[in-house]
Every structure is written in structure tokens, then in C-alpha cells.
Design a protein around this ligand. Structure first.
Ligand SMILES: [Zn+2]
Length: 134
């Protein structure tokens, strides 16, 4: 009787630990973008074969859909869902084997933003700048 209760407690604790570790683990995967289809989620084609569907917030999605970056190798970090999608938290481009942060810069206002589009200040064009480092 006592041993059965103890066993159950261990089983519950074990299940909780598995759940916590699944939540806590961030995965990094590298690949190139499958040519985007309007209205469909972006997919990353892995070097090992196969693709992973990405779930991105609006800013990250705009960046990954930037035509200037269509040929890039990406490293995306996030959490795998049970259905196989990756909820993305960070994205980097990989150039010469090094991680780069994707930024957009307005020469006039000296403002850096993290998504493509017009400058939030002067509404002028922004320049893509990939900065080495994480
Ligand atoms: Zn500006």
C-alpha cells in the first residue's frame, strides 16, 4: 500500500518534469526558406531533408518574407509543438558560418528597427543591415 502511493508520487513527479523540460527546451534549427506561398505558413527546408512549419509573430514573419533575404540560410530558435510546428522566438541569418541579427536602418534618422518597411519617423526607405553576433 505504502509502496504503491510512493510509486504514484514518483510517476506524477516524473510526468511533471517531462512537461517542464518540454516547455523549457529551445531548439535551434538551420535551413533555407521554402518559397513562400501567400496565405500559408512559412516553412524551413532543413539540410537533413524535410521541412518544418514556422509559427512567427508579425515582425519576424515580415523579416523572413523579405525578398532581400530569400536566399539566406537561417537559424531559427524556438519551441517545438506536438504537431511538429516550431514556435519561433529568435531568428538569425547565417553568413560565412556566423550568426547575424537582421536589422533595418534609416540613414536620415539613425533609427534601427527589426522589421522591414518604411522608417517609423520619416517614412523613408530603410536599409537592410545584418549585424554579426546574437
Ligand atoms: Zn527615418
Amino acid at each position: 500500500m505504502l509502496s504503491e502511493i510512493t510509486f504514484r508520487r514518483i510517476a506524477v513527479a516524473g510526468a511533471l518534469m517531462v512537461a517542464v523540460s518540454a516547455l523549457a527546451s529551445t531548439t535551434a534549427i538551420r535551413g533555407t526558406l521554402v518559397p513562400p506561398v501567400v496565405g500559408e505558413a512559412l516553412r524551413l527546408a532543413l539540410a537533413s531533408g524535410g521541412t518544418v512549419e514556422l509559427e512567427l509573430d508579425e515582425g519576424l514573419e515580415l523579416t523572413m518574407r523579405d525578398p532581400q533575404l530569400a536566399e539566406r540560410l537561417w537559424e531559427v530558435r524556438g519551441r517545438h509543438q506536438e504537431d511538429g510546428r516550431l514556435v519561433v522566438e529568435k531568428i538569425f541569418t547565417v553568413k560565412d558560418g556566423e550568426l547575424h541579427r537582421v536589422t533595418y536602418y534609416c540613414e536620415i534618422c539613425h533609427i534601427t528597427t527589426h522589421e522591414p518597411g518604411l522608417c517609423m519617423c520619416c517614412q523613408g526607405d530603410t536599409d537592410l543591415r545584418e549585424l554579426p553576433g546574437e
